[in-house]
Design a binder for this molecule. Structure first.
Ligand SMILES: *Cc1c(COP(=O)(O)O)cnc(C)c1O
Length: 381
């Protein structure tokens, strides 16, 4: 899949070669019948909300992670927020998060009434730095949210042992890491819970917003299921004040249709990453590191380059679309001015923000497109 052995030879097609960062239309074309019939069935039965699609997807997703419970919800950001509520995070508590992540990780903490404390990340992986995390712990620290950035899990056994020793809560932001593993374990197995996003561009994406919380804890799963549906006990009785954070039936049906393809898509991402690594290793281009204990699922394939903006422009001129994840670390975002951290305070995050470039790694890329990216990067880097 994705390979293009019968396609035109690269030299003939190079002039009009084009490499999108993400091609959701190509993915749709490859699974069109499954998607169309899944959507049609939801419309036919008109079970749009709290129907059986949601429950079926939750079961399949939990099984795929080898965990007992998954609860669907409205998006990845709400999944983090709901998990914090479920864990009874106290108001004004401190929660340690990496500075190099999508803003949602910190936003959920803020919305739930606590303070995100930003810490630096590792230069070679971009993942939250364990030592920096330990140094940020104070008497007010309630928990830590490690982010499995770019699709690579952090060293969860190490974080879990530390959290246990210090009595801290541990919530994984697994929004970029569907089916990722660390020492054979998947997200949610060594923490209080893990939050997933099914934003359309994620490795497993819905056709709109969607998310899920996974946990081993039955009582937590039950509370979350009730909370996301107005604290409801039955149709008319509400046991506590919850909210509407439900996963809708159409999204659940799309996710069910896509889940059986996730392994194949992940393998294709890993194969493209391996090809990039071999080629860039030879050319001396600096890739972020894949740890040997990790099964990296390559939501993003990230390189570092001192002239990142020039390289990105050159690639755009060659019709190769790249991304930057992320150009501004969270402690320097205007939204988090209140954290009081100045430029220079988290040097590794700031250096990454200047240098990272995310290359196309969509599973739908053809081999010819991958070779074209390699050739153009080696020519311009
Ligand atoms: C995408 C993402 C989220 C938020 O997910 P949404 O479904 O867009 O709300 C949270 N954290 C990280 C690291 C993400 O990449």
């Amino acid at each position: 899949m994705g390979s293009d052995g019968n396609g035109p030879k690269m030299d003939e097609s190079k002039r009009d070669m084009r490499v999108p960062f993400l091609d959701l239309q190509a993915q749709y074309r490859s699974i069109r019948e499954d998607i169309d019939s899944a959507i049609a069935e939801v419309i036919r039965t008109s079970r749009f909300i709290t129907g059986s699609e949601e429950t079926k997807f939750e079961r399949l997703f939990a099984d795929s992670l080898r965990l007992p419970y998954a609860v669907g919800c409205s998006c990845g950001t709400s999944a983090i927020y709901i998990a914090l509520k479920a864990l009874r995070m106290p108001q004004k508590a401190e929660v340690i998060v990496p500075a190099m992540t999508y803003i949602a990780t910190a936003e959920a903490v803020s919305l739930a009434g606590a303070r995100p404390i930003f810490v630096d990340v590792e230069a070679d992986t971009g993942l939250i730095d364990f030592e920096a995390m330990t140094r940020a712990v104070t008497s007010k620290t309630w928990g830590v949210i490690p982010v499995h950035l770019y699709g690579q899990m952090v060293d969860m056994p190490r974080f879990a042992a530390f959290a246990e020793e210090k009595g801290l809560r541990l919530l994984e932001d697994a929004a970029q890491a569907h089916a990722a593993e660390y020492r054979g374990q998947r997200s949610g197995s060594l923490s209080d819970a893990a939050a997933f996003s099914f934003f359309p561009g994620k490795n497993l994406g819905a056709y709109g917003d969607a998310g899920a919380i996974v946990t081993r804890d039955r009582r937590m799963a039950e509370w979350v299921r009730q909370y996301r549906n107005h604290g409801r006990l039955d149709k008319y009785k509400h046991e506590f004040v919850g909210f509407n954070f439900r996963l809708d039936g159409l999204q659940a049906a799309v996710l069910q249709a896509k889940l059986p393809h996730l392994e194949r898509w992940t393998e294709r991402r890993r194969a493209v990453a391996a090809r990039y690594r071999t080629a860039f290793g030879r050319a001396g281009i600096r890739c972020l590191v894949e740890r040997p204990q990790a099964r990296h699922v390559y939501h993003l394939f990230v390189i570092r380059h001192p002239e990142r903006d020039r390289l990105r422009k050159a690639l755009a001129d060659s019709r190769i679309e790249c991304g930057i994840h992320y150009p501004i670390p969270l402690h320097l975002q205007p939204a988090y001015k209140s954290c009081g951290q100045q430029p220079g305070s988290l040097p590794e995050s700031e250096a990454l923000a200047r240098e990272v470039l995310s290359l196309p790694i969509d599973p739908e890329l053809s081999d010819a497109q991958v070779e074209y990216v390699i050739q153009q990067i080696c020519a311009h880097a």
